[in-house]
Ligand binder design. Structure first.
Ligand code: MG
Length: 271
């Protein structure tokens, strides 16, 4: 039987050890292809490159880099690099967590979301850490999640966002299915003065707090548990549709007054 094909991408770039750790581990499940950005593209979100040419460079057998974003990589991989559709896409392992609101900015999560847009079951994997990252721990759990996804599939338009706590393998207390939490940065914009005396700004909070809610992703990590959050592509707020239907009448009122019947031009007869 042919081995399943697995595509791996990331937003930290092809030189990141996280992508190679997970690619090596996933080799136990199938034939792994790496198509990743040529440099770090963290926080590019779901950006797609439209205004410059994209190049694919082969680095080794089944390892390619692209001068684009994670979303570019997934698209090029499926159309131009892989011989056939992969059974699974894994995006990561990211250097640092992607919890709560961060998924809106994350290139790692967007790589997986692009996979599900294109109809491929997809998983995003991120590793908690500071200066060093236990990618070997993340790779073990990424492989376990990947194995489940290959066995059971995923619902349409749904990815799994996996975050691994920064503890040794033996310190992991289990796996928790979670929901996204809300993050709040303290001092989100840092103001400095450059050598020419002009102000500049750096988007970087120094500390962050999380709003409490049941089964929040960040709480799982605080308890040394792996967090697995199902995220759907359709962000329509279905529960609020009826609420906003009540606005339709007001919003539909004419913005310009309608003409009252046809005006007849003097001296002309209707044809
Ligand atoms: Mg990153």
């Amino acid at each position: 039987m042919a081995r399943v094909r697995i595509l791996v991408t990331n937003d930290d770039g092809i030189a990141s050890p996280g992508i190679h750790a997970v690619a090596t581990a996933l080799g136990a499940l199938g034939e792994v292809w790496i198509v990743a950005p040529d440099r770090e593209r963290t926080a590019v979100g779901h950006a797609v490159t439209l205004h410059k040419p994209l190049r694919i460079t082969k680095m080794a057998p089944r390892v390619f880099m692209v001068n684009g974003t994670p979303v570019d990589c997934v698209n090029l991989a499926l159309v131009k690099v892989l011989p056939d559709k992969p059974a699974l896409i894994v995006s990561g392992i990211n250097r640092g967590v992607n919890l709560g609101d961060d998924v809106m900015y994350s290139g790692t999560v967007s790589g997986a979301l692009e996979g599900t847009i294109l109809g491929i079951p997809s998983v995003a994997v991120s590793q908690e850490g500071e200066d060093t990252f236990r990618f070997e721990v993340g790779a073990r759990y990424a492989t376990r999640v990947a194995s489940e996804v290959l066995a059971h599939g995923l619902p349409p338009e749904t990815i799994l966002n996996v975050n691994i706590p920064d503890v040794p393998l033996r310190g992991i207390k289990g796996v928790k299915v979670t929901c996204l939490s809300r993050r709040r940065f303290n001092n989100p914009i840092v103001e400095k003065v450059d050598p020419r005396g002009r102000k500049y700004y750096w988007i970087a909070g120094t500390r962050q707090s999380w709003s409490r809610q049941k089964d929040a992703d960040h709480e799982a990590l605080a308890r040394h548990m792996v967090s697995v959050t199902p995220i759907r592509l359709d962000t329509t707020h279905h529960a609020m549709l009826d609420h906003f239907k009540a606005w339709e009448g007001t919003l539909s009122r004419p913005l310009v007054s309608r003409p009252r019947g046809r005006r007849r031009v003097p001296g002309r007869s209707r044809v």
